[in-house]
Design a protein around this ligand. Sequence first.
Ligand SMILES: Cc1cc2nc3c(=O)[nH]c(=O)nc-3n(C[C@H](O)[C@H](O)[C@H](O)COP(=O)(O)OP(=O)(O)OC[C@H]3O[C@@H](n4cnc5c(N)ncnc54)[C@H](O)[C@@H]3O)c2cc1C
Length: 666
Amino acid sequence: MTTLNSKIPKGPIKDKWTIYKDKINLVNPANKRNIDIIIVGTGLAGGSAAATLAELGYNVKAFCFQDSPRRAHSIAAQGGINASKNYQGDGDSTYRLFYDTVKGGDYRSREANVHRLAEVSTNIIDQCVAQGVPFARDYGGLLDNRSFGGVLVSRTFYAKGQTGQQLLLGAYSAMNRQIARGKVKMYNRHEMLDIVLVDGKARGIITRNLVTGEIERHSAHAVVLGTGGYGNAFYLSTYAMGSNVTAAWKAHKRGAFFANPCFTQIHPTCIPVSGDHQSKLTLMSESLRNDGRIWVPKNPEDAKAIQEGKLKPTELTEDNRDYFLERRYPAFGNLVPRDVASRAAKERCDAGYGVNATGEAVYLDFAAAIHRYGKEEAHVKGLDENDTALVTKLGKEIIKSKYGNLFQMYEKIIDQNPYETPMMIYPAVHYTMGGIWVDYNLMTTVPGLYCIGEANFSDHGANRLGASALMQGLADGYFVLPYTIGDYLSDDIRTGPISIETSEFEAAEKEVRAKIDKLINNKGTHSVDYFHKRLGKIMWNKCGMSRNAKDLKEAVTEIAELRTAFWKGVKIPGNADEYNEELAKAGRVADFLELGELFAKDALQREESCGGHFREEHQTKEGEAKRRKEFQYVSAWEFKGEPGDATLHKEELKYEDIEVKERSYK
Ligand SMILES: Cc1cc2nc3c(=O)[nH]c(=O)nc-3n(C[C@H](O)[C@H](O)[C@H](O)COP(=O)(O)OP(=O)(O)OC[C@H]3O[C@@H](n4cnc5c(N)ncnc54)[C@H](O)[C@@H]3O)c2cc1C
């Protein structure tokens, strides 16, 4: 049986990474030229890793299922990326970023990894600026910052509401240089469908060319997964439509433990669901909470009138509004962490105070910020500060310069002008803290198989703070993996090329083909989406923002039954040897249907509330999450034939540099 060894280096926390780097084995430049690395996924994590490993001299084969790495889900990231540069002089430091991240994750992440993340965060900004990433700058030309939830400093670097896109263009340019040099061979429109193990080590993958349907074998000395998160198990989410769990799930089935699958982030500021026809949800960046104030009507009658369209939010006076985050959490106000803000919004809506026709929305209001900025601008320009029309005009201009593209997006979707009337928002699935278990080296429980970015169980514990996913993905890709993988590969300098003509590759390819044949020849009666939507409903209703043992037990059974129904009843048109989006989707949903069961099983065993995982049985009198010491571990699941049979391994979490205490934002 595999046992967990997190391989945390010895020494004081602030020196661990340095000592580690000084002691690891290196591969000399001539030998790097003889070593191949497969990287599946070219979002921020995979793209930055591919560029860096190729720059170091390794031969990289990179894969993504889109037509270009530029279309990875990372492109959607809006708000920003954290780094403890302390440019604002507001008291930031490596320790504070480390502390905030561990606390924000509700003390369910590994101290050593998080400290390393905080240490390298500053390098990321330098690297990206050198690449030409156009981070926002202040009037004097210096890099600007804003604040995100769960922190008391401004450490978020941003490029308007398009930070992910700009960072991805940086990583993509760096990777393109290596593609041009022949050091990275890029396989677009290729989907990884299995991992190949030879003598217990990851030595290759099986892919399907999504354009021609061709099944291919690819070999390497090590395989890296940077394949993103699995929030689309919920069907409706803020993820890109193609985001999926397939690569991670196949790795799990080949021996990689899956950690904390139930830790999902439900983001408080998304455009509310409008009906059953919807296939996608849209995020309104957390950066908006810097200036937007969240409220619902104070009186239920007003909420009802708003729901029925008889009253407008702008008609409600200040005394009749409940700024519930400011009321409940005066220290952090609208900038409490996401899990806290989401639950507080749900609580108000469940109590009948929600707005929108569905009653499942709260307001995010910029009127106060428009007024504040407008007055300041009028003052600066020596204009009349009491001229309301002028102040409003000036204020709107400032808000537009900060969040213009987000406001435009909102208006296009909802057909309301958020400069004039408050936005409506509601929590939605946004990120998965769970993922493939990795040790300090980012290696999974399969030797030679690494996992980076959102796909691993990451540094975010039970709740990720805003702007820290980009930080982690780029830390992994640019600054961590390039060291740690060398230590492993130093044993492979005499191995020579890995053949694909072996029984292991043949067996894996056969399995992949058999599954595709089964799907395409099924001739059932329902579309893939029919099953995906049903899965999403179970996930949202029973494994969503708040969970209890009864619902979770039902979810385990219902998901298993739905999986059986899927394999009996799914219908996929077309053929396997052609471009067939429905076939690709079917494979992904088949894997979600397995992961979903493990997700519910994991949530059921975690008899505590922590971060994004809220168990109704474990809450304080005030309705806050109640953590339990007995659950201070990472749950790492080993696959045993069926998702329901997976066995639990625990990585105990020790906190030596941070005191574990009540997570208060009051
Ligand atoms: C709307 C939105 C806004 C966000 N804003 C922020 C923000 O402001 N700040 C922040 O820090 N975080 C933000 N996030 C989170 C952040 O964007 C993601 O966590 C991060 O970009 C994930 O990067 P990644 O490289 O790990 O994965 P991804 O960008 O998801 O890339 C996955 C890659 O894997 C490939 N892939 C997947 N499966 C396969 C397969 N089977 N075969 C081949 N290739 C495969 C894909 O083609 C893709 O290249 C936001 C997320 C959303 C949804």
